[in-house]
Design a protein around this ligand. Sequence first.
Ligand code: OGA
Ligand code: MN
Length: 288
Amino acid sequence: MATIATTRPTLHKVTGSIGAEVEGVTLSGDLPQETIDWISDALVENKVLFFRDQDIRREDHIAFGRRFGELEVHPFAKHISAFNTGDDDPEIIVIESRKDGGARGTDMWHSDVTWRLEPSLGSILRCLVGPEAGGDTMWANMETAYDLLDDETKQRIEGLEAEHDWENFRNGLRNAGVPEEKIAAMSEDFPLARHPVVRTHPVSGRKAIYVNSIFTTRIVGMDKAESDALLDKLFRQTAIPEVQVRLRWKPGTVAFWDNRSTQHYAVGDYGAQHRLMERVTVCGDRPH
Ligand code: OGA
Ligand code: MN
């Protein structure tokens, strides 16, 4: 007798502000549309979803991601030492710790690929090998981070725009021996992006701080000192404990986050221990 597939998983909130663990679903491309819709809604509401014990293959991960939109191919990952792409799967980003415990690049608060004109809607990260201890990831709810700003700052940032650049990848490209002419050509393909400092979520209509410490370089129309001071103030909102959630990974744990309303930080406390993750990234739209 056929069993009736459950289309509504169970959700357990992890904090009062952000993050929920989802139980009762195995991620694959074959889930009923009703379950995909349920996950989309839960994502917007909770901002990051955690799925445990996912004994799935890379194909399932990719096929699951495709149900939420087109998957993007990261133009630089294959050149950067802490990253790579899957051999035959360009939409996979492999994030693997280095044996010398050296530079990771993700241990700063950020939202993914905000240097794109149309940055990612969300990222789906799967743990293949986790350190015995350490290597957690943290997320910050940037809507609550916005709400907790004082009124004067809210008024000051209304309508402002900021520039986002992939400068931190340029050194990685140089170290990987990519010639200057090629880097110049990439800079033409991926010019500076301008986005609103306060983004309105296209689904929920809620406002969020949309500048981050890895990619945002300056606020348009402000002198450097003023821009640096204001950006620093906005970046520091991620440090408020009431906007944060922290995940302890195990092999088979998957996290799916909304890049439009969150930032994340990979805690770099595991030295030379092995940590191996794979990510797929769902394309997004132009921020407003
Ligand atoms: C990412 C990232 C976090 C981590 O996948 O976008 O920043 O915990 N990684 O590895
Ligand atoms: Mn990231």
